[in-house]
Ligand binder design. Structure first.
Ligand SMILES: Nc1ccn([C@@H]2O[C@H](COP(=O)(O)OP(=O)(O)OP(=O)(O)O)[C@@H](O)[C@H]2O)c(=O)n1
Ligand SMILES: C[C@](O)(CO)[C@H](O)COP(=O)(O)O
Length: 237
């Protein structure tokens, strides 16, 4: 029997957006400039990250890049120097990662539906697969985040000493962390708490966050040795 017109109806997939947060100053890197501008294989860390999200097969409709307010011109100059052809919207960040994500979300103000991936601008090695996995899981579960298992033994320290932890029940959180846009807006409408270290902690009270497999290569450039590892990994890509 021929399918009726309604049986072939497929809802269109949700629109995809991305917020790359690069509004920090990189105190632990202690470099002469914010670490998102340091060069990896001759190009700024943030440009590597931006390129990953501009992969046309991901179908990201709009990319927001959040920067320290006093670094917007520096980035625009870097884009000219490196002839960056990728369209993105620049937004001044805030005093904390939370404030920078909130500023990025405000720049997506016109959108009521869709999925938004929040990603650290200083995770330049994220794979297409990991990004896709978080969008796909967020389409089903509303909230999804990349995570990996610890490779080292873990202990909880206190004034009495330290106690071994069962690491099979622990996960190290990465980004992207990807959400239905309305859910993330509701979460970020609440006051900032000191316990917020990522977007999952902001959303936790509203929705269960589905963890998906991250990638040990998806490192966050935080201290100088991370740059050496990232250079090596890019060379092997
Ligand atoms: N006010 C802030 C602070 C952090 N971030 C971003 O959040 C991500 C993770 O933060 P982290 O690695 O801590 O970056 P910094 O805050 O720059 O580093 P540090 O804590 O060493 O100062 C980075 O991409 C960083 O630019 C941000 O957008 N706005
Ligand atoms: C968001 C994050 O990268 C997940 O691991 C991490 O929590 C950022 O932490 P930081 O203290 O800003 O480095």
């Amino acid at each position: 029997m021929a399918p009726s017109p309604t049986s072939s109806f497929r809802p269109s997939p949700p629109a995809r957006f991305a917020i790359l947060v690069a509004g920090g100053t990189g105190t632990r890197m202690a470099a002469d400039r914010p670490k998102q501008f340091l060069l990896l294989r001759g190009e700024p860390v943030l440009l590597h990250t931006l390129r990953r999200f501009a992969d046309p097969t991901l179908g990201v409709a709009e990319i927001i890049v959040v920067l320290p307010a006093d670094q917007l011109e520096t980035w625009q100059e870097l884009c000219r120097t490196h002839q960056v052809p990728i369209a993105h919207t620049l937004v001044p960040g805030g005093a904390s990662r939370w404030a920078s994500v909130k500023a990025g979300l405000a720049a997506l103000g016109e959108y009521r539906e869709g999925l938004v991936a929040v990603h650290d601008g200083v995770r330049p090695l994220v794979s297409r697969m990991v990004v896709e996995r978080t969008y796909a899981a967020a389409a089903t579960h509303a909230a999804a985040a990349a995570a990996v298992m610890p490779k080292d033994s873990v202990r909880l320290v206190s004034q009495h000493g330290s106690a071994a932890q069962n690491r099979s029940r622990l996960r190290l959180m990465q980004t992207p962390q990807t959400f239905e846009i309305d859910l993330l807006r509701r979460a970020y409408a609440m006051p900032e708490l000191a316990s917020f270290t990522d977007d999952a902690t902001v959303v936790d009270d509203l929705c269960r966050v589905q963890l998906v497999d991250g990638d040990y290569r998806n490192l966050k450039i935080t201290t100088p040795e991370d740059l050496i590892v990232a250079e090596a990994l890019l060379g092997n890509a």
